[in-house]
Ligand binder design. Structure first.
Ligand code: DPP
Ligand code: ZN
Length: 871
């Protein structure tokens, strides 16, 4: 297979107006009859070239005449009907009959079995595994889908749109026919068949239409769908209030399945979800599960407009729908909860994972230009950095112009497949702002570094700020241009008296600077002393800073910045500076001022969820993202040392806070648990407080009063036990397993804890986990629960000197390559980023990559990444 290039885009030679599908489901031999109405575009003599993979072609009928084998060509990926075999006129019908084998489809693309149910995943290019088709998003057709299956095994037969017919057939079969009036690309096609419990509700739209809401879950899970239903209703209301966007069909269905590569899929009218983003109750789901379910339900719902009604012209434009929809779901989450804490959590993901991707061998602009396997581009860059780019636009033009731009966008492009440029142009026209330079964010990759220099003239009271920007210069990007970067700053007046009860807003100046040159200078007057600079309020741009602020300045920002993000970030910088020192010098003496700072955060007036973020150390990945030639074990030890130092120094206040957070009732219980559990993770490092972990486990997981049980607290206790490898751990894990062995999603958590135990015995334990009767590589969640949990959450052993950690990962990837290439390819991420590590580690990681590269049957997915990594 050859790579494809954005620059090679050409409109399709043929379009499809209508699709009439009839799918007769059977485990190993599903029959698909696909009747297409095709229209030739313009005057040409091009062949009709349809995509198709893993299909058995039974017959072709062209304008009611059978098309014989000598009149077309077939290979593993394409069905080509030359112009000479096509009829005279511009439009014609083609009936394609194929057979497929869903049972053996372990790649989980196209039609596959998830447990006892049939389901589909077509984005990006899975429809070609169901039938021959023009599998590209700019070919949009209306679909009618008739699904036939055994009535007892598959009482529910679902597809996109509205149900228009149903009935019984001989041999205990039945059928349902669906019609979706909205033209769509085939990546939004979906089919589900199974025996489910159904949660029903409704939503009345702003124009008064009643929409039926249906959530399908495995039998016995009905109560666990309530939170998803409420989340859906909130999302529908929010999109009406915020963007005036109303739902358009009479029914909205969500199906939860256990076997799924991604989080969820926004198929028109029929979302298919990984069950981990649907099912929850307080006994078995954590607070972050609840949060994520709400966010993913919202994300997929928001796609109905940003993705479905207006879709992508080609897959290079993926961020058109994903960056925008992530931005929308982030705004929604911020409105539903604390916008400050939501923003902090989003930034943590960006800095720990996206920055690394943007500095690694698979780095690409949010609109990639070259793709071998599209599944490799559902990335943090396209999604999370894409959302940051939309957020910058929102910051630059303001909330009202942004809304106006969205209105323009839908007015112009509803029902069409468009580009990122089309979106930016709509925003530019709505706001009157020239966004030509801003568009460079779509074509340049890498995290820009902003260098900060300041000066103060005491005589004139003028403060001067000079900012320079630099994007990475590499062979792929020899001459990066200056980007248009919104930089929000706050200047904190040093005269400010912390004890005075005045409003800080009178004293701090907040500015939005637009950095458009390589270097730019701004002056601000009216200061009697040099103000303290708080950079990047709200994290206004996805950049790194080259700016060293001393402890005093950071403490001033922590105390006195109005912007909550800046207050948090200053604290993180302070913590990060200790981590950096300790990494290079294990004996570095940490200033006792840190303990005062931690104590004052704990006693400060901030919301408890915010304090939890303030006192949480930068993660291994966040810290690694700011370093070069990383010595992973030294970094791991540095974080542990700092953590122990804080535990020892602040133990009284940590204990007091832990206890105070336990005293509260239902109100703010999520924030209380968050803070309590950060305190517990510090205290668990000190032997005299380790009894708290055991106590919390008992309370939360083994309580006589079942309503007191709580998965957030259970998992927090287990995590402490695993990180410190406490003696109670094995008993707790045994109890947990006995209790939850029948609950798949909870067992995923159990496997993940098992893989993150910080113990010299970990490789034996990992092998035991792999042999566990409930372990299978065929279920992506389960596979990730051991493999990713180990690689991401157990840095001490993943990076161990022997190379065993890297070897473990590579061996699992090799197995997964045969089963599910998409999942295998995601697992390789920590290895391909080897160049950021110190030489000895680089060599060990690279050796594993070379072994993988030599695999027989190497999938395109892995090949693309390994080729990039091994250049
Ligand atoms: N389009 C899906 C999502 O991001 C992923 N395939 O929601
Ligand atoms: Zn999405």
């Amino acid at each position: 297979t050859e790579p494809r290039f954005l620059a090679d885009y050409r409109p399709a030679d043929f379009t499809i107006n209508t699709v009439n599908l009839s799918i007769e489901l059977a485990d190993t031999s599903t029959k698909v009859i696909n009747e297409l109405e095709l229209v030739k575009q313009g005057d040409h003599q091009q062949a009709l070239v349809l995509n198709g993979e893993h299909l058995t072609l039974i017959s072709l009928v062209l304008n009611d005449q059978p098309l014989h084998a000598e009149l077309y060509q077939l290979n593993d990926t394409l069905l080509t009907i030359p112009a000479s075999s096509l009829p005279e006129g511009d439009s014609f019908t083609l009936i394609i009959t194929t057979e497929i084998n869903p049972l053996e489809n372990t790649a989980l693309e196209g039609l596959f079995k998830s447990g006892d149910a049939f389901c589909t995943q077509c984005e990006a290019e899975g429809f070609r595994r169901i039938s021959y088709y023009l599998d590209r998003p700019d070919v949009m057709a209306t679909f009618t889908t008739k699904v036939t299956a055994d009535k007892t095994l598959y009482p529910f037969l679902l597809s996109n749109g509205n149900k228009i017919d149903s009935g019984d057939l001989p041999g205990n079969q039945h059928f349902v026919t669906w019609y979706d009036p909205f033209p769509k690309p085939c990546y939004l096609f979906a089919l589900v068949a199974g025996n489910f419990d159904l949660l029903e509700d409704k939503f009345t739209t702003m124009s008064g239409r009643e929409v039926a809401l249906e959530i399908f879950v495995d039998k016995g899970n009905l109560a666990k769908a309530e939170h998803a239903m409420v989340s859906l209703q909130k999302s529908m209301a929010w999109d009406e209030q915020t963007f005036g966007l109303e739902y358009d069909l009479d029914i909205y269905m969500i199906v939860a399945v256990d076997f799924f590569n991604m989080g969820a899929m926004e198929n028109k009218g029929l979302n298919v979800f990984n069950s981990k983003f649907v099912l929850a109750d307080s006994q078995c789901a954590t607070d972050s599960d609840y949060f994520n379910i709400e966010a993913v339900i919202a994300h997929e719902y928001f796609h109905n407009w940003t993705g479905n009604r207006v879709t992508c012209r080609d897959w290079f434009q993926l961020s058109l729908k994903e960056g925008l929809t992530v931005f929308r779901d982030q705004q929604f989450s911020g409105d539903m909860h604390s916008s400050a804490v939501t923003r902090i959590q989003n930034v943590r993901v960006l800095r720990s994972l996206q920055f690394a991707e943007d500095a690694g061998p698979m780095a690409h602009p949010i609109r990639p230009e070259k793709v071998l396997e599209m599944n490799n581009f559902y990335t943090l860059t396209v999604y999370e950095k894409g959302a940051e780019v939309i957020r910058m636009l929102h910051t630059l033009i303001g909330v009202e112009n942004f809304r106006k731009g969205m209105d323009f966008y839908f007015a112009r492009f509803d029902g069409m497949a468009v580009t990122c440029d089309d979106f930016i142009n709509a925003m530019s026209d709505a706001s009157g702002k020239d966004l030509t330079q801003f568009k460079l964010w779509y074509s340049q990759y890498g995290t820009p570094v902003i260098k900060v220099a300041q000066a103060f003239d005491a005589a004139t009271g003028i403060y001067t700020l000079t900012l320079s920007q630099q994007s990475p210069v590499t062979k792929k990007q020899e001459n990066p241009q200056a980007l248009h970067i919104p930089i929000k700053i706050e200047l904190i007046n040093k005269d400010f008296d912390t004890n005075a009860s005045v409003n800080t807003s009178n004293l701090n100046q907040t500015k939005l600077l637009e950095l458009t040159q390589d270097t730019q200078t701004w002056s601000f007057s009216g200061f009697s002393q040099q103000p303290t600079l708080a950079m990047l309020a709200d994290f206004s741009a996805p950049v790194k800073l080259d700016f060293s602020q001393d402890e005093t300045a950071l403490l001033t920002v922590m105390k006195n910045a109005e912007n909550s993000f800046c207050r948090w970030d200053a604290g993180q910088k302070l913590l990060m500076s200790y981590i950096q020192h300790l990494t290079f010098d294990a004996d570095y003496v940490i200033s006792p001022a840190l303990i005062d700072a931690i104590n004052s955060m704990l006693m400060g007036g901030e919301d408890r969820a915010f304090i939890a973020e303030q006192i949480s150390l930068p993660s291994f990945d966040e810290a690694a993202g700011l370093m070069i030639d990383i010595e992973p074990l030294a970094l791991f030890d540095a974080i542990s040392t700092l953590s122990l130092f804080i535990a020892q120094g602040a133990q009284q206040q940590l204990l007091a806070t832990y206890q105070a957070c336990q005293q509260v009732g239902e109100e703010d219980c999520v924030a209380n648990r968050a803070l309590k559990n950060v305190c517990l993770s510090y205290l668990s490092r000190l032997p005299e407080y380790q009894y708290l972990v055991a106590e919390q486990y008992q309370q939360a997981a083994n309580n006589n009063d079942i309503t007191q049980e709580n998965m957030t607290d259970t998992l927090a206790a287990l995590t402490c036990s695993a990180k410190v490898n406490l003696p109670d751990l094995s008993e707790q894990l045994q109890h947990f397993e006995n209790k939850w062995h029948d609950t798949t999603l909870v067992m995923d958590k159990w496997f993940a804890i098992g893989a993150s135990i910080v113990s010299d015995d970990i490789f034996t334990q990992l092998n035991d986990l792999l042999k566990h009767p409930q372990f299978t590589l065929k279920n992506p969640n389960r596979a990730r629960s051991i493999i990713s949990a180990f690689a991401m959450n157990n840095p001490k052993y993943f990076h161990c000197k022997t190379g065993k950690g890297y070897q473990f990962l590579a061996q699992q990837i090799a197995k997964m390559n045969e089963i599910n290439p998409q999942v295998a390819s995601r697992l390789v991420t920590p290895l391909i980023q080897y160049k950021s590590f110190a030489t000895a580690h680089q060599q060990l990681m690279k050796a594993e990559l070379i072994t993988l590269h030599a695999l027989p049957n190497l999938s395109n997915d892995l090949k693309e990444k390994l080729d990039a990594a091994l250049i």
